[in-house]
Design a protein around this ligand. Sequence first.
Ligand code: GAF
Length: 422
Amino acid sequence: MSYFAKVRVSLKYMMATIDTISNHPQLSEQTKSLISTALNSFEENFSKEPCAVALAPGRVNLIGEHIDYCDGFVLPMAIDRYIVFVTAPNDDNVIRCIDASLLGEPAVEIPIDCDLEISTPKWANYLRGVVDGYFKKGMVPKSGFDVFITSNVPKGGGLSSSAALEMAMAFALKVNGAEDSQSVSTEQRALISQHAEHTFAGVPCGIMDQFASAFGQKDQLTLIDCRSQDVELVPFTDESLSIVIANTNVSHELNDGEYASRRQQTEDGLRILAKPSWRDVSLDEVVASKEQMDELTYKRSVHVVGEISRTIQAAEALKANNSKKFGELMKSSHKSLRDDFEVSCPELDTMVDIALELADKYGVLGSRMTGGGFGGSTVSLVASQNVDSFIDELSSLYQQATGITPEIFASRPATGAQAIGM
Ligand code: GAF
């Protein structure tokens, strides 16, 4: 195809893409503006027209923490913060990625036609893992492609920016033809991404983050049964309630061994209980086995069975419009994560304590740490009419207490990973 013919085709795609984005019923104005900036940056950096957009949200988990790898239930939602990939084919056999936050650094090049290995820069391993997962299943894009990456998901904030990177790459591969030879389900894309995290980032994570990013729907929480991998959407449409996410700005690395050790301790507990799955274990059975367990294994086991039960109750409470009960369960979840599972940290506890001290003033129903822990974010359920004042006061009291400026924002459940254009 001649250069001019290629430009005309690309322009046609571009116009259709822009049209779809501006009329997209599920994307917020904030996200549309993020995409629009990314489209312009693609052109500036690659000197050609983009063809398609792939995007994936971060997530916040409302309840059900550290039990996705224990066959538990989790109740996360996709947040209105996205990683956006703007892409167009190139004439090489590589995926060439430029990240907006790393401008000036050399583009990352990932070959499309061979097995891949862990390499540098480290952040690109999430991408390599997904490309390799597709390659190993015989799914290769039609050609290499260029990608410009823009994000407003806080990095290291416990809001799954890594799962969003993986899911956005899966959709970038899809729009560049990698799924043309076989149909790939939402679940399969999420599982390839989870595998990438295991093998290329060294984090033995469960399925929650990738599933939340993949299955997210506007105004719906995703109740995930991590044993059957079934996803049930639970409406969160009460406008009088808001979900506030508070990033402590204390960063965490899940591959530093603490995450893996927690997972190991839950496996030890289950072995002592001699049960095939945590779903078959009651609190009474854990208590009855106390003498056979060391103290840590016992505490971890108490958390797992308690959190599975709390998550089931929380989903029921939400369906019954009982937000007060939902809030109480969030508080118990935090205590269990702090005292029994020991994955909180002073900054997370401070953020939760301040939120709960402001309960009467602003209508805070519940607050807890969210995600892997050891830093990252909290999530609070707050009366919408007070949400701006709550955010201001939480922010200033946290700063006074810790000397750290937090990043605090409200989000409603948002739409999941997808591709737009082509
Ligand atoms: C991290 C992991 F990636 C998830 O799989 C989950 O275990 C979570 O920590 C804790 O609930 O986000």
